[in-house]
Design a protein around this ligand. Sequence first.
Ligand SMILES: Cc1ncc(COP(=O)(O)O)c(C=O)c1O
Length: 370
Amino acid sequence: MKETKDNPIFKAHLKPSNLYVGGKARNEIDSGGKKIFKLSSNENLLGSSPKALEAIRAQINNLSEYPDRTDKRLQIALSAFYKHKLQVGQFLTSNSGSEVLDLIIRAFLGEGLEYITTNPMFKPYQMFSDRMAAKQVDVRLLDPAYTLNVEGVLAAINENTRLIFLTSPNNPTGTYIPKAILDNFISRLPAHVVLVLDEVYFHFAEAKDYTTALPYVLAGKNVIGLNSFSKTYGLAGLRLGYAYTTPTLAAYVQRLYKPFQVNTLALEAGIAALSDTEFLNKTVTLVQKERLFVYEHLDRLGMKYWKSQANFILIKPEMDAKHLVALLQKEGIMVRPVAGFGAPGCVRVTVGTREANLAFISALEKTYTC
Ligand SMILES: Cc1ncc(COP(=O)(O)O)c(C=O)c1O
């Protein structure tokens, strides 16, 4: 049987283009034997939280049995991480930030409903929402600094709007939304709209006027803060993420939980990682210091880039972005072209260790001609 438009078993809105394909794995790359530096997926170049790894090793022989029936122990650890400002029950946990995002989207969107995005953005907001047959309204961030078009987004809201996706720090631009702007924006949102504030890179932000979703959630606003263990804790391969929101919205989205929501290894590793302050601080200190080092060299090479509050930098080369990616790959440097994230002509590079950053800079120097 072929999939045809008039065959009722196929849903028309489940398009092949709704499939998110992540960045390449290192084994897909031919660097001609050169050491590979993977700077393409905003991972942690220091590896994984040692405490998390220890917790995983301790559980490795316990996989024949199901995990905890609920995510309560992870919720308790998250509540402690947030200094008990947020309570058990206010978190949504799942096997990756992407899966938490999907839960939120499935809870609030459907046919006839709308969502607002602000390209350039993390593509899955649109892909997962399209799978629900919801309608996208995009209000692009404003050039040249990728600032939020507050009035544009507010004007795009109608009675069918349910979700707005904002990201701070934003992927792929690395830019952020200052607190005063968010305060004003959120105070003007109607009650039938939920704001998803994706903050998976929040640990790396150091701008004085940066804010997470926390103050808004504590004030009882319809805001959901989205987080991941992939980046700062170095657990991208494990797949664990969480969100936090008001008790009412959290309890509502939790109705979509499946049996044994979070797997044993992720549950234990997540609890351990949250207490690994040493690894967290080491990671954040490295990224904040190395960001400056990379800027210095990008300035020297005359590259156009955006200052970042995240663990990556968006670059706009004068040459074709895909061509630059291919040239760097030959030197063993993996970076990501981000036209698919709404930033045509741009390349995103993860900030890594000094060794990785130097390898990137020297490969760039070798391949790039302004
Ligand atoms: C902005 C943003 N949100 C969410 C995620 C999802 O993270 P994960 O599914 O690895 O937890 C990512 C991953 O790259 C991201 O960049």
